[in-house]
Design a protein around this ligand. Sequence first.
Ligand SMILES: [Zn+2]
Length: 480
Amino acid sequence: MGSYWVKRTPGMTGAGDQVVFRISARALAEFMSNDKLAVVSQRHTGRRNAVGSAVWRRLSTNASLAVRVVVLAIALDLALLLQAQSQMPLPQPDPPAVDGPAIATDARLAGDDKQTRLVIDISHKIDMRAFALADPYRVVIEIPQVDFQLPPDTGERGRGIIKAFRYGLVMSGQSRIVLDLTGPVRVTKAFVLDPVDGQPARMVLDLVAVDRETFLRAAAIDNHLPRPADRGPAHFEERTADSRPVVVLDPGHGGIDPGTRAPSGELEKDLVLEFASMLRAKLEATGKYRVMMTRADDTFVELSERVRFARQQQAQLLISIHCDALARGEGEAEGATIYTLSDKATDAEAQRLADTENRADIIAGVDLAAEPDEIADILIDLALRETKTFSAHFARNVVKEMRTAARLHKRPQRSAGFKVLKAPDVPSVLIELGYVSNARDLKQLVSESWRSRTGDAIVHAVHTYFTTRLAGGGTGARAQ
Ligand SMILES: [Zn+2]
């Protein structure tokens, strides 16, 4: 089992362009102010670039500006070299049936000022990637050279979030579509559907209106956090990719949302951030994992954003950290509880995903839009079940390890419909460290030695999880 987890990566044509573009965009993002340039890259191209991410990780460390410039120059050289290589003819077992640039024949806009979709009919399937820019707000779609045979007034009149759009060739082999927007957006989908039943292939771009803060935060996440190893060509991977599993830590609440509050005033958002930061340090110290946090300071991050972040980083584990509280009169409860997504919530989520019109994004790297309904349903079901099995496996490890270090709730392993646990392809657990309403629990939550002990227990559980789960199964199929 598990063959459906194999990431279906489209052909590598034009990989060099992507390298160049990614690095340039990031370089710009680094040296210009955030507000001026915000790049939201899309996962849907299925080709995050290993070189780009490795270089970016280097650039993100504390290197001086001069060192960064040098590294960047080397990276650009390398990227140009790779681009040159990518333009050489590659041996193709199945030569594509199409020649020359794709021809765009029609474009349509749908939706409203909350959510707008652009669809472009093209003669055959091509790769696309989209990113957003601020001031003025625009979305740029990068595609290989396309012969635009669109009706003359195409793009002049907008709809919803899109004011207007224009298109053309930017250089030999590369075309671009630029959308002028009414405000900040998030690119939620960017994918290309195969031609089917005499219908042409279709490029689809979905935009959702967001506030400026969300827009900039999403751009910051995309640009300033290291990326996971790519599943690009093997020779890239061997040389540059960091194949360690990605663990995302998610300290609950933050910013305007303090979470629960102890009678003595301690706030959940602070307690869990301190705990998660300590846990990150411990996990990183093992050298076995790449650890990322959904927030590393006192900022508010939406639940859906936390899930999106974990998925985007291709996390192999999400650990959400919270503290519970009981109101006065609700009795006394104490000890830690480890939650996974409940069956009911899992079923409801499977149903919701199956009912969603756009299935391109449900399982990382697998475009379910191209599958018949019944196959898509089966794949969704399998994916969720597999994720659930892994989540439960990890939850059991945490309970077992934490027993030796901390006091647990009398029913320590439970399930509930927590939204942050709903990533269909990232095994996820939520740990309630204890009750801030309980004096004994609170004493421990603020105790350095308790936190350290509990952190060690969770590190052990993470280690057991990655060493004992079935090889080849699960998201990323990268059991260590
Ligand atoms: Zn909470």
